[in-house]
Design a binder for this molecule. Structure first.
Ligand code: FAD
Length: 304
């Protein structure tokens, strides 16, 4: 189908984009990669009167480390996240996840900010930002606002963001002991079920864990029963397996569609939770072994 007619303007700066959004009185939409918005417009499920293109705003994309935290600009495309040497070194789960999104065309156009703002129930990044306990930095006419990932995803395609706000960046403390595992839909690669797990490890024990789930419900959510079951446990496959069994607890609504029934998704949630936790365990173990090889003084230290 052909979209309804719309105006188009390219924003030259963040302030320009905010001003244009405010001036539209809710009738305009931002466009970044267009890989979620344009399909909706073609189906006439979204009919904005104007598009404000933010893809070329200087400084809205890029990945850097500042004072021990990773900052990813909202306009950063999935390919750049997947191929970031900084992320591969400090927080490989983010790069791994980006590499599993869609196909090369999608990864070269789609952006982190677009994915989070759109909040598709089957999108990958939401699970990861939940597991990393990331902060989402927004700018609007009233100024800056920071929303914790755990407060951001509210419902189906619904997030804590005003119509005139822009996601500017996502910031988090890097965690090496983290992994993402997904059962993907074969054609699009969207998650039928996707789980991201991040472990804080100290002295061979899980100090705390954060586990984010996508694909199963109306929006991404933390698996708190698994997190609680892991806290204080030894860093062993047995402890991880037992905690993963709790993954279905507390899931009230589980999606059913042409790709998977509710029962199938429910069955897959603990399976992919275990796989994500095992991936995080492997990274924690490899990191500990690497530090022990580099000297006895480093053994028993805390590792995230
Ligand atoms: C064939 C195909 C396969 C895909 N497979 C996957 C997959 O496997 N996993 C996955 O997670 N995703 C997948 N996607 C979605 C893809 O990752 C999208 O690129 C992404 O969800 C949206 O990013 P975008 O930059 O294209 O956003 P756009 O389509 O430009 O915008 C989406 C929405 O976000 C808003 N928006 C954009 N940027 C901002 C911002 N900075 N601040 C506030 N609002 C903003 C827009 O106004 C719009 O409402 C797939 C898409 C396609 C077409």
């Amino acid at each position: 189908m052909i979209p309804t007619p719309f105006d188009y303007a390219r924003a030259t700066s963040l302030d320009d984009a905010v001003a244009k959004l405010k001036a539209s009185g809710g009738r305009a939409k931002l466009i970044a990669g267009g890989h979620s918005l344009v399909p909706l417009m073609k189906f006439r499920l979204s009919e904005p009167a104007a598009l404000i293109d933010i893809a070329r705003i200087p400084g809205l994309s890029g990945i850097r480390e500042q004072e021990g935290r990773i900052h990813i600009g909202a306009g950063t495309v999935h390919h750049d996240v997947a191929s970031s040497a900084l992320l591969r070194d400090k927080c490989p789960v983010v790069a791994d996840t980006a590499a599993q999104i869609g196909d090369p065309q999608v990864r070269h156009r789609g952006t982190l900010g677009g994915s989070l703002a759109h909040a598709d129930p089957a999108a990958d990044y939401p699970a990861v930002v939940l597991a990393l306990d990331a902060d989402i930095h927004l700018k609007g006419p009233k100024g800056w606002r920071v929303v914790k990932a755990s407060d951001f995803f509210k419902d189906l395609f619904t997030v804590d963001m005003e119509a005139d706000e822009i996601i500017v960046s996502v910031q988090f403390a890097p965690v090496r002991a983290a992994a993402y595992a997904k059962l993907h839909q074969r054609a699009s690669r969207y998650a039928i079920v996707g789980v991201a797990a991040a472990l804080d490890v100290s002295g061979g024990r899980v100090e705390s864990a954060r586990v984010g789930l996508t694909g199963a419900g109306s929006h991404a959510t933390r698996l708190t029963a698994v997190e609680q079951a892991l806290a204080g446990q030894p860093l062993t496959p047995a402890a991880i397996g037992a905690a993963a069994e709790r993954a279905g607890a507390g899931l009230t609504h589980v999606n059913a569609d042409i790709h998977a029934s509710e029962d199938y998704r429910r069955a897959m949630v603990p399976v992919f939770t275990r796989r994500a936790l095992e991936g995080a365990l492997r990274r924690a173990t490899a990191s500990t072994a690497g530090r022990q090889r580099s000297g006895p003084s480093s053994s028993g230290t805390r590792w995230r």
